[in-house]
Every structure is written in structure tokens, then in C-alpha cells.
Design a protein. Structure first.
Length: 317
């Protein structure tokens, strides 16, 4: 069984955030300005704060946007996954980074009482705040958060399947850098990264991952494009290459599975693991679902009765 490290948590509370300074902000979409969405790689200098050198791949940190919500209360903290390795963007843990996507849409009713006829522009508060921030701007940060989505202590004792949709790639940038650019040398483990995007132009950090694939025989980069000619979701891609590529890693005792991104992805993956006889390796299935054929698992039952085991790390939002 994998052993995971103890990591620092909540060194800085959301009510008393510290000041970081934006030191970099650039698009990280393959298509750049030709993509329909807006996703940036934002680097924040936290030197001299309790966060310096204290964030680990798989953790997230909080950003507290300035101003008040519609009830006149200070805006709540939003979490963003760490995209940098433990040594930071700068090699010294002083500069952390993340991958914010602008939430930009037409207003749609979310709850009882919302105006059904309203279709005004809807802008997410914090994602747009942090994407707007310019180099030199100060931002309020806190954290670290999360202790369940981490690389194991002995990184070479395991092989990895990383599955991401959209900005769910952020922790895998961090983890791949940790595994392949480590001062002790690159990992000897097999690492498969499966990235799901609507279009090729929406792929994130694509150059970085293609670079790793060219340089390291043990790094494998797979892309699942959902709206292209050959429509595919992440679990569909894994299924289509099950026998040759994914089964050997996942059915080995060394295999660890990480998933980050849209909540819907986990259900497709749970079903696939169930169909392929790997339920016991990656999931704890409660009595209510024991013996129920996988074809009868629906989202609600999976949500209620399946928990990831120690070999599966899930971060969905
Ligand atoms: P908000 O102002 O909070 O608006 C979003 C809310 O508005 C939704 O929850 C919904 O209730 C409502 N809403 C949504 N669409 C509409 C609409 N069309 N009309 C009306 N109401 C609507 N995000 C990233 O981009 N990158 C990351 O790396 C990242 N990592 C995360 C890690 C963790 C552990 C978690 C929990 C979340 C992460 N997120 C990440 C999500 C992030 O925390 C924010 O939720 C996201 O950026 C949206 O925040 P916002 O303030 O821009 O939007
Ligand atoms: P689609 O939106 O075409 O249905 P982004 O965050 O950049 O929008 O990307 C999210 C990606 O995840 C899209 O390709 C989206 O496809 C895909 N996706 C949506 N629902 C699921 C699901 N249930 N399982 C896996 N991937 C999904």
C-alpha cells in the first residue's frame, strides 16, 4: 500500500490572508487567443510569508478576492490547485503558481428565486479577478489546503495514471515536474497522463507535456478531445487502450490512479474499473451496492456508495 507524506495545512487562514505578488500571468492554452475559453498560468510570489516553501503537488491554496458579495459580506475564499512543484517556479519555493479559468457565461438560474428570464453576462468573481491581475499586483492568499491528493513518499515505488479534464491538469503539471525535474533525477516509474479537452486548442501546458514525452520513455501523454472528429471522454480513451496501455499499469500492485477536474469524469472511471474487475483495488463499495451489476450503477448510487481506496486519489470540483 502507498505511504503518503504528512504535509503542512492551513498555515494561513482565509480570515487572515497574507499578501502575495503576481510575478507572471500568461495564457497556457494550446490555441492561445484562438481558444474559446480563457485559462492562464499565474505565478504568485509568496516569499517572506508562512506559505514560502510549504506547498506540495496535489495541494491547493486560497485566493481571497477583494470586495463584497451581493449580501454585503466579504467575498469568500476560492481554492486553486498548485501547478508548481515543491521547489516553486523559482527553484526556491518562493513563487507558487496555478491555472485559473475565467468563469464567463450568460446568467442561468441556479436556485429557487433566481430570475428565470435573466440572461445577462455572468462573470465569476475570483477567477476573473485573478486572471485580470497584472504583474506587480498584490493578491490575498492563504492555505495550504488538502492532504489526500498527494504523491507517495517513495515516488519510484509506484506507477501512475493521471486523468484530468480542463483545469484539472494543474496538479498534474505540478506532479510531473516533481517526478521528472526533481533534483535527485527523473523518476523511473511509468507515468500516463490523460487530458480531456473540448478541442485540441483547449489543451493546457501542451508543450510542456509533449516535451516530457519526447525526453522520457516512461512518460506517456494521451489527449481525449470531446468535440473533435473522434469524440472522446477520458474514460473512453482509457477503455479504448485498456489491454495494451492502461490495464498493465492499473492491475499491477504498483499502480496509483489520480483524477482531477469535472465531477462527471469520476463516474465514467468508476464504471470502467468496475467492468474491468478492478473495483476492489481502487474503490470501497458499500454494502448497498455490493452484488449490483455495474450496468445498473447510476450516478446517484455511485455518489452514495463508492469511496476511492488508498490507490485512487480524486479531486473534483
Ligand atoms: P463564482 O463567482 O464563485 O461563481 C461560480 C458560482 O456561480 C457557481 O458555483 C454557480 O453557483 C454559479 N454560476 C455558475 N455559472 C453560472 C451562470 N451561468 N449563471 C449564474 N450563476 C452561475 N478553478 C480553476 O480555474 N483552476 C484551478 O486550478 C482550480 N482548482 C481548484 C481546486 C479545488 C480543490 C477546488 C475545490 C476548486 C478549484 N477550482 C479551480 C475552482 C475555483 O475554486 C472556483 O470555484 C472557480 O474559479 C470559480 O470561482 P469564481 O469566483 O470565478 O466564480
Ligand atoms: P464536453 O464539454 O465536450 O462534453 P473544459 O473544462 O476545458 O471545458 O474541459 C472539460 C472537458 O471534460 C471537456 O472536454 C468536456 O466535454 C469533458 N467532460 C464533460 N463531461 C465529462 C464526463 N462526464 N466525463 C469525462 N469528461 C467530461
Amino acid at each position: 500500500m502507498p505511504e503518503f507524506p504528512e504535509v503542512p495545512m492551513n498555515l494561513v487562514k482565509p480570515k487572515e490572508p497574507v499578501i502575495g505578488k503576481v510575478v507572471g500571468s500568461e495564457t497556457c492554452l494550446k490555441g492561445g487567443r484562438k481558444s474559446a475559453g480563457f485559462v492562464r498560468h499565474v505565478a504568485i510570489d509568496v516569499s517572506g510569508t508562512p506559505l514560502e516553501g510549504q506547498l506540495y503537488p496535489g495541494q491547493s491554496f486560497g485566493i481571497v478576492p477583494p470586495g463584497e458579495d451581493e449580501n454585503g459580506k466579504p467575498h469568500k475564499v476560492r481554492l486553486y490547485s498548485l501547478a508548481s512543484p515543491s521547489w516553486g517556479e523559482d527553484g526556491e519555493g518562493k513563487v507558487i503558481s496555478t491555472t485559473p479559468k475565467r468563469v464567463i457565461d450568460e446568467f442561468t438560474s441556479q436556485k429557487d428565486g433566481d430570475d428565470e428570464s435573466c440572461h445577462e453576462l455572468f462573470l465569476g468573481v475570483c477567477s476573473n479577478y485573478i486572471c485580470d491581475a497584472k504583474v506587480g499586483d498584490e493578491v490575498q492568499v492563504c492555505g495550504p489546503n488538502g492532504k489526500r491528493f498527494l504523491l507517495p513518499v517513495d515516488r519510484n515505488a509506484h506507477d501512475y495514471v493521471f486523468m484530468a479534464t480542463g483545469t484539472g491538469i494543474a496538479p498534474f503539471r505540478s506532479m510531473c515536474m516533481e517526478l521528472f525535474d526533481h533534483p535527485d533525477g527523473p523518476t523511473s516509474s511509468q507515468v500516463h497522463l490523460v487530458m480531456g479537452s473540448p478541442y485540441e486548442s483547449d489543451l493546457l501546458y501542451d508543450d510542456l507535456f509533449r516535451g516530457y514525452a519526447e525526453k522520457h520513455d516512461n512518460f506517456h501523454y494521451h489527449t481525449a478531445i470531446s468535440r473533435g472528429a473522434n469524440k472522446q471522454y477520458v474514460h473512453g480513451l482509457v477503455e479504448s487502450q485498456w489491454e495494451d496501455v492502461f490495464n498493465p499499469v492499473l492491475s499491477s500492485e504498483r499502480g496509483l490512479l489520480y483524477m482531477c477536474g469535472l465531477i462527471g469524469m469520476q463516474f465514467g472511471v468508476y464504471q470502467l474499473l468496475g467492468e474491468r474487475g478492478l473495483s476492489d483495488d481502487y474503490m470501497e463499495i458499500k454494502d448497498e451496492l455490493q452484488g449490483v451489476p455495474v450496468s445498473d450503477w447510476d450516478r446517484e448510487t455511485m455518489r452514495r456508495y463508492i469511496r476511492p481506496s488508498e490507490r485512487m486519489m480524486v479531486e473534483v470540483y
